[in-house]
Design a protein around this ligand. Structure first.
Ligand code: FAD
Length: 311
């Protein structure tokens, strides 16, 4: 079959790999300018050179045997490495978190900067409604591999049960602060967790394979992010920097760069399934939100959907 995949994060790409192995042809569409999805990496120029921040997923675990084998292969290809500071069985992309997604995407036909706003069904198959009009290509099946809230909108006109499932699987937002410094902070702990304001803070530049100035990624807790969702970037930078200084017990010098990013759909909920394929409509859904808010879940869901479809 000719299959369109909306969303080129890890779930969409895992699905694409498996579908191609099964003999299908796939085309991926992503609204972002480049690869990563929620495993993305932000680059910024600073007076001390380029700084990169993993501003989405911080690390990932591999517990399922099939995903463990995949991650071992990523390690062999030098796309991932263990990061024991985050705990046993913790991995990161190298030289940045988006590396595995970037490598997987390079094997497929991905249209970047292409937001899909709807599905257009006709007698011969599916077309996609892009932000600049209906795309020419015609597909036998469509896969939706995007966060639940966004999937619900695309599904609503076609499959109310699946749209309902997606709409009921609510994600938590996350405000993320990125700071880089000319000199190393006098902080003994490289990682802080589970403060009521700061859910996670880590010295990003400590991860394996990183270069450039000292950088920190500081993620607000889910509750703080909900309470401050509409704050301005400046307010968030000030609030989280202040809390980080108190938590780490150090004076924070003027940073080389400081930026805040709001993830409206950061940590997914979960449903009691792993993937869905509507055989009569030829629409499938995958993504972390079907299983749980983790990188491994995204990979498992994408792989599972490809097998359902091929079966
Ligand atoms: C702040 C944060 C911290 C996290 N921490 C961890 C962690 O420590 N460990 C862990 O395992 N996981 C963590 N996660 C979760 C992990 O990143 C996700 O589970 C995983 O990356 C989800 O992959 P996915 O393919 O399902 O979705 P995504 O990566 O979100 O991919 C979906 C893609 O679809 C695209 N898209 C969306 N809508 C459209 C549209 N209409 N048209 C076209 N393209 C579209 C997006 O641009 C994106 O590239 C974290 C996530 C965030 C945001």
């Amino acid at each position: 079959m000719k299959i369109a995949i909306i969303g080129s994060g890890l779930s969409g790409l895992a699905c694409a790999d498996e579908l191609v192995t099964a003999g299908h042809r796939v085309w991926l569409y992503d609204k972002a300018r480049g690869p990563g999805g929620r495993m993305s990496t932000r680059r910024m120029d600073s007076p001390a050179g380029e700084v990169r921040f993993d501003h989405g997923a911080q690390y990932f675990t591999a517990r399922d045997p099939a995903f463990q084998a995949v991650v071992k292969d990523w390690e062999k290809q030098q796309w991932a490495a263990p990061w024991p500071a985050a705990g046993a069985d913790s991995w990161v992309g190298v030289p940045s978190m988006n590396a595995p997604v970037k490598a997987l995407a390079s094997a497929h036909d991905v249209s970047w900067s292409t937001r899909i706003e709807g599905l257009v069904g006709n007698d011969d198959g599916w077309q996609l409604q892009g932000d600049k009009g209906v795309l020419d290509a015609l597909f036998d099946a469509v896969i939706i591999a995007i966060p639940a809230e966004q999937a619900a909108e695309l599904l609503a006109p076609w499959d109310s049960a699946l749209a309902g499932l997606a709409a009921a699987t609510v994600s938590a937002p996350c405000w993320t602060l990125m700071l880089a410094f000319e000199q190393s902070l006098q902080v003994t702990e490289p990682i802080f967790r589970d403060d009521p304001v700061i859910g996670w803070a880590a010295r990003n530049s400590d991860k394996p394979g990183r270069a450039g100035p000292e950088s920190w990624v500081i993620q607000a807790s889910p509750q703080w992010s909900v309470d401050h969702l509409e704050d301005s970037q400046e307010q968030v930078i000030a609030s989280l920097s202040g809390r980080f200084a108190a938590l780490s017990g150090t004076t924070i010098p003027a940073p080389l760069v400081a930026s805040a990013h709001r993830w409206r759909y950061a940590r997914s909920g979960s449903s009691d399934s792993d993937a869905h394929y509507n055989d009569s409509l030829r629409i499938g859904v995958c993504g972390d939100w079907l299983i749980g808010p983790r990188v491994e879940c995204a990979w498992l869901s994408g792989t599972r959907l490809a097998r359902l479809l091929s079966a």
